[in-house]
Design a protein around this ligand. Structure first.
Ligand code: C2G
Length: 127
């Protein structure tokens, strides 16, 4: 089974590692779409702390990850899923229901987030 997931993975932390491990456990090939700096800016009106090249390299180096690519638009999810022949889309449950519109091309699974840690919390702590 080919599993795909998406995220910014800024200030890479244990919540990110947990979701990648659990996503990989659902199949045998894990593909990760790493949101570009521009996509983040368009969603949140600020840039990630780590730039997209660094975030992509960090995600690629994780042992559970088989391939990683840049996610340039949230609306292209269906195209990315088809291009990568993914069987399962995994997202954290902060996105519960948001990607059900691709359930005609793959299975959609939302996993519970790791409690107590987030990139936005880390950003605030270090201001
Ligand atoms: N996550 C988690 N537990 C945390 C923090 C994050 O399980 N404590 C999960 C999120 O649910 C998400 C993944 O880790 O599935 C990446 O999180 P972010 O980098 O915050 O991703 P986000 O900015 O939500 O980007 O196309 C979707 C977007 O690219 C998702």
């Amino acid at each position: 089974m080919r599993v795909i997931t998406f995220g910014t993975f800024d200030l890479f932390h244990i919540g990110h590692l947990n979701i990648l491990r659990r996503a990989k456990e659902l199949g045998n090939h894990l593909i990760v779409g790493v949101s570009t700096d521009a996509l983040n800016f368009s969603k949140k009106s600020y840039y990630p702390v780590y730039n997209e090249e660094d975030r992509l390299q960090i995600v690629q180096a994780i042992q559970y990850v088989d391939e990683a690519f840049y996610e340039e638009s949230l609306e292209k999810k269906r195209d990315y899923i088809i291009q990568h022949a993914a069987d399962i889309l995994v997202m954290g449950d902060d996105w519960q229901g948001k990607f059900d519109f691709v359930s005609d091309v793959c299975k959609v699974v939302y996993l519970p987030r790791t409690e107590g840690i987030s990139t936005s919390g880390l950003r605030k702590d270090h201001l």
